[in-house]
Design a protein around this ligand. Structure first.
Ligand code: HEC
Ligand code: HEC
Length: 81
C-alpha cells in the first residue's frame, strides 16, 4: 500500500499531538497532595516513598499512575512549611 499525501499529513498531526501532550506541564496543585498523616510526616526524601507506594507494598500505586520517581515534582507536601 502506498502512502498518500493526506496519510502523511495525518501521521504528522498525530505525532505532533502526542509530543505536545507529553510536554504538558504537570502543576502540583492539580494532583493529590501528600496527606498530612504520621506516615508522611516522617518522610524526609522522595527516595523513601517507594517503601510504601511500590507494587507489593502497603499502598501500591495504580496501574495508570506515572512511572516517574520524582514524586515531589507532582505531589505537594503539606507539612506546613
Ligand atoms: C510509611 C508508609 C508511607 C510512606 C513512606 C509514604 N506514604 Fe504516601 N501514603 C501512605 C498511606 C498509608 C496512604 C493512605 C492513607 C492516607 O491518606 O493518609 C498514603 C497516601 C498518599 C497519597 C494520597 C493518595 C490519595 O488518594 O490522595 C499521596 C499523594 C502519597 N501518599 C504520596 C507519597 C509520597 C510522595 C511519599 C514520599 C515523599 C509517600 N507518600 C511516602 C503510606 C506511605
Ligand atoms: C508526573 C506527575 C506525578 C509524579 C512524578 C508522581 N505522581 Fe503520584 N499522582 C499523580 C497524579 C496526576 C495522580 C492522580 C491519579 C489518579 O487520579 O488516578 C497521582 C496519584 C498518586 C497517589 C494516589 C493513589 C493512586 O495511585 O492514584 C499516590 C499514593 C501517589 N500518586 C504517589 C506517588 C509517589 C510515591 C510518587 C513517586 C514514586 C509519585 N506519586 C509520582 C501524578 C504524579
Amino acid at each position: 500500500m502506498r502512502m498518500r499525501r493526506a496519510d502523511w499529513a495525518f501521521l504528522l498531526a498525530v505525532t505532533a499531538v502526542i509530543v505536545l501532550v507529553s510536554l504538558l506541564p504537570s502543576p502540583r496543585d492539580r494532583n493529590p497532595p501528600i496527606p498530612d498523616s504520621p506516615e508522611h510526616r516522617l518522610v524526609s526524601s522522595e527516595k523513601i516513598c517507594s517503601t510504601c507506594h511500590a507494587a507489593g507494598q502497603s499502598r501500591p500505586l495504580t496501574e495508570r499512575h506515572p512511572k516517574r520517581q520524582d514524586c515531589l515534582h507532582c505531589h505537594k507536601q503539606t507539612d506546613g512549611g
